[in-house]
Design a protein around this ligand. Structure first.
Ligand code: E4P
Length: 221
């Protein structure tokens, strides 16, 4: 499973990248807004210069021509840019055209298996089902991942299932069990993947025992 970080924050990108397990980055307009007064294109390039992997940058146009124009601008920023396109009628058309041009795409805002099927048929590189936002309305986000994974396997689609809108480590675990190709994870949740109280307690005991052992050896000498 590939790990992407879901952020437009450079410190978070750097810190996650330093772990050595990062495969890419996803951004969206809301994440960019959180960064304040930045140049979006510059930020995408900065992220691409840190991470050796796919970096999703989202278009904001909703008509075919506008999406294509923004997509071409974004794709020119860096070889690793993946153009993120919303799962709407004009978006699906644009994904088909971009795929024919060899420009990688991430089809975003997916909330149903049939939307995912359309995206795959259009040639999307990634499909982004939003798990957390489905859970937020008392439905089952993980079931959507399972169904898309099954449908893509049935027909041999190469579109990768990118579990998005992840809120906590259980989402990552369940997406991995369901066979998602990628999880895009907020920085805080990446940190939580590392943590276990028994690891901390166990390490403390090993270190305490080691220090006591060294003292015993020193006393015996
Ligand atoms: C990533 O590609 C998505 O835009 C993101 O995961 C959405 O997450 P949210 O539902 O927490 O905003």
């Amino acid at each position: 499973m590939k790990f992407f970080i879901d952020t437009a924050n450079l410190d978070e990108v750097r810190e996650a990248n330093d772990l050595g397990v990062l495969d890419g980055v996803t951004t969206n307009p809301s994440l960019v807004k959180k960064e304040g007064n930045i140049d979006f294109h510059e930020r995408v390039q900065e992220i691409c210069n840190i991470v050796d992997g796919d970096v999703s940058a989202e278009v904001t146009a909703t008509d075919f021509d506008g999406i294509m124009m923004e997509a071409h601008e974004l794709a020119q920023l860096h070889d690793n840019v993946v153009v993120k396109v919303p799962l709407i009628r004009e978006g699906i058309k644009a994904i088909r055209a971009l795929s024919d041009e060899g420009i990688p795409t991430n089809c975003t805002l997916c909330f149903s298996p049939m939307q995912a099927l359309l995206a795959a048929k259009a040639g999307a590189t990634y499909i982004s089902p939003f798990i957390g936002r489905i859970d937020d309305i008392s439905s089952n986000g993980m079931q959507l991942i399972e169904e898309i994974v099954q449908i893509y396997a049935n027909y041999g689609f190469e579109t990768e299932v990118l579990a998005a809108s992840i809120r906590h480590p259980m989402h990552v675990k369940e997406a991995a069990l369901a066979g998602a190709d990628v999880a895009t994870i907020p920085f805080g949740t990446i940190q939580k993947l590392l943590e276990h109280p028994l690891t901390d307690r166990g390490l403390q005991r090993f270190l305490d025992d080691w220090n006591a052992y060294q003292d015993e050896i020193a006393e015996a000498a």
